[in-house]
Design a protein around this ligand. Structure first.
Ligand code: ASP
Length: 621
């Protein structure tokens, strides 16, 4: 451990986590909150807490009668300062759970610095289940709790490590403004009305995307920022209206250069932040998007366990390649170009009717028409409602392909390829958790890249960017950025553009998307071509991306970067899946700050100055 700086102040000589056996006999002053009080009449014990730890203070009526009188008034969460002498605890009364557990402070004097009302929940009980809205309303009390403190400390270490690695690699930390013009990342913008120019608005950045690319045009070479981003979208556990990204961009790079730096950075940052957690595979496994979907049914696969999706078609087709398994659903699906795939749940062969029904319900909710289950028995024999349609040879072939051993359960989906992969991918994640297949301490990072560049938007008859409108195309696919009609204004779902792959890479961790980025299009003509395919008219391009298109006429270097979600990273590193747990002051699902009571109605004066009026919404005061 690195040497601690002295945190002594006029109120304390030591923190509440500092005193050890060696300090016995020394005079000391401690200040903190009353964590717990035990009153034995003549003896009062106080567990005194600050963020560094807890120290036991004892006030003995015989030694310090005045202090004892004051101490008997102490209640939980009072802020107090004690002065006294450090003493070893009586042999046998040491507390091995506390770093300070060998000693206690024998108080001579007590000063109540501040009293506290009875808190609305137990700050001192780590097991207490507390309603989240109560935690949000009294977040400052929630933050006093050890678990929250540990998570905020971890997050602070994470950001510190990020800064250190980037500075060591010649990155420049540049702040970009929050009052900007829309920079799209596929969500709704938050807007801020301008007082100086009534009738106009700024947009809060959904990301610093355009600005970081302009920094590359500005010759900064390597940029990073711990950037606040704002996206007005419906909130879920892993979404907040404002969140933090590690945003970075590098010049004169190709895909391999950026990915190599990011991987090294992620490893170093992880080791600095949570040295105790093993990284499962280094170098990180790399999947092309198609392969990830095929094997895991997800573009953010959880690699802590196998349970891969298996193509069962080869076990169902005859020598002539047509399906004749005897089970109509399988045969029809294969004949119509769909997919029959499965996952093998280890040891689930004895699943109850209810468990199966529940899984089937889930599969349907995920979009499947049904879920076939087959329990594996000895000698390649399968059991389940549809087993009777399958010949012994087919059963043996299915067992073989799925890798099932007796006692396992094969879950099969037969549907269009996309549905099959998606449903099985989601079941895989569910079962992985339920069966405890993933080692919770492990960190399994991986890359997914070569995403499709565009997806067809039937209504707008245009090719929407799947990720970033500025993403570059894989060099060998550049010729595909065209249409069958020959005109970029007349697009159709069969255009070659639909087959183009982007130089887009995502980094995933334990089944969550941690971040994503791309090597950008850095040539103006190609960028205009891509925007055109995305359906922007020249006027819209100028309106939306004018500054960037113009900048690209003044010499843009090849560049690329990534943004990594810091909230999610901190959450996963501290074993949470909800990013609210690693944010000091998060908002509720409906976007409220329950402590500050935001959002709230503007003042009369603000309405006036901004020339604003809300129409058609109930008045709120
Ligand atoms: N700006 C992108 C995002 O916020 C990340 C990137 O491409 O660098 O998702």
């Amino acid at each position: 451990m690195s040497a601690q700086p002295s945190l002594a102040t006029p109120y304390r000589t030591h923190t509440c986590g500092e005193l050890r056996g060696d300090d016995a006999g020394a005079a000391a002053k401690l200040a903190g909150w009353v964590h717990r009080r035990r009153d034995y009449g003549k003896l009062i014990f106080i567990d005194l807490r600050d963020r560094h730890g807890i120290t036991q203070v004892v006030i003995d009526a015989a030694d310090a009668p005045d202090a004892h009188v004051t101490a008997s008034r102490l209640r939980a969460e009072f802020v107090v300062a004690f002065e006294g002498e450090v003493a070893r605890r009586q042999p046998g009364t040491e507390n091995t759970k506390l770093a300070t557990g060998d000693v206690e402070l024998q108080a001579r004097s007590v000063t109540i610095l501040n009293e506290s009302k009875t808190p609305p929940f137990y700050v001192n009980d780590p097991e207490a289940t507390i309603d989240e809205s109560l935690r949000f309303r009294y977040r400052y009390l929630d933050i006093r709790r050890d678990a929250m403190q540990q998570r905020l400390l971890l997050r602070s270490r994470l950001v510190q490590a990020i800064r250190e690695v980037h500075h060591a690699n010649a990155f420049v930390e540049v702040e970009t403004p929050n009052l900007i013009k829309s920079t799209p990342e596929g969500a709704r913008d938050f807007i801020v009305p301008s007082r100086l120019q009534p009738g106009t608005v700024y947009a809060l950045p959904q990301s610093p995307q355009q600005l970081k690319q302009l920094l590359m045009v500005g010759g900064i070479d390597r940029y990073f920022q711990i950037a606040r981003c704002f996206r007005d979208e419906d909130l879920r556990g892993d979404r907040q209206p404002e969140f933090t990204q590690l945003d970075l961009e590098m010049s004169f790079v190709d895909e391999a250069t950026v990915m190599a730096f990011i991987e090294r950075m992620v490893i170093e940052v992880t080791r600095a932040t949570t040295p105790e957690r093993p990284i499962r595979t280094i170098p990180f496994p790399v999947f092309e998007y198609d392969e990830a979907m095929e094997r895991y049914g997800s573009d953010k696969p959880d690699l802590r366990f196998a349970m891969e999706l298996v193509d069962l078609a080869p076990a169902l087709v005859g020598d002539d390649g047509t399906a004749a398994s005897g089970f109509r659903v399988f045969d029809d699906t294969i004949a119509s170009g769909g997919r029959v795939k499965g996952i093998t749940a280890p040891g689930m062969g004895g699943a109850t009717r209810r468990e199966i029904d529940e899984l089937t319900e889930r599969a349907k909710r995920f979009g499947a028409k049904g879920l076939v289950h087959l329990a594996a028995h000895a000698r390649g024999e399968l059991q389940g409602p549809i087993a009777k349609f399958l010949s012994p040879e087919t059963q043996a072939a299915l067992t073989d392909r799925s890798g099932a051993v007796p006692g396992d359960l094969i879950l099969v989906v037969a549907d269009a390829g996309k549905v099959t992969n998606d449903v099985l991918g989601r079941l895989r994640v569910e079962l992985g958790t339920r069966l405890g297949l993933a080692d919770p301490t492990e960190l399994a990072y991986c890359w997914v890249h070569r995403f499709p560049m565009y997806q067809w938007d039937a209504e707008g008859r245009r090719w929407d960017a799947t990720h970033n409108p500025f993403s570059g195309v894989v060099p060998e696919d550049e010729a595909l950025l065209t249409t069958t009609s020959g005109s970029l204004d007349e697009r159709s779902p069969d255009d070659p553009a639909g087959r183009a792959r982007a130089m887009q890479y995502d980094v995933a961790l334990n089944g969550w998307e941690l971040g994503g980025g791309s090597v950008r299009i850095w040539e103006r003509e190609l960028l205009a071509r891509s925007f055109n395919l995305q359906g922007y008219t020249p006027d819209q391009m100028k309106e939306r991306f004018g500054a960037m298109l113009e900048a690209f006429e003044y010499g843009a270097p090849p560049h690329g970067g990534i943004a990594i979600g810091i909230d999610r990273w901190a959450a996963l590193l501290s074993d949470q899946t909800n990013i609210r747990e690693v944010m000091a002051f998060p908002k509720t699902q409906s976007g409220s700050d329950l402590m500050l009571e935001a959002p709230s109605a503007p003042d009369e004066e603000q309405y006036q100055e901004l020339g604003l009026r809300f129409v058609g919404v109930p008045e709120r005061r």
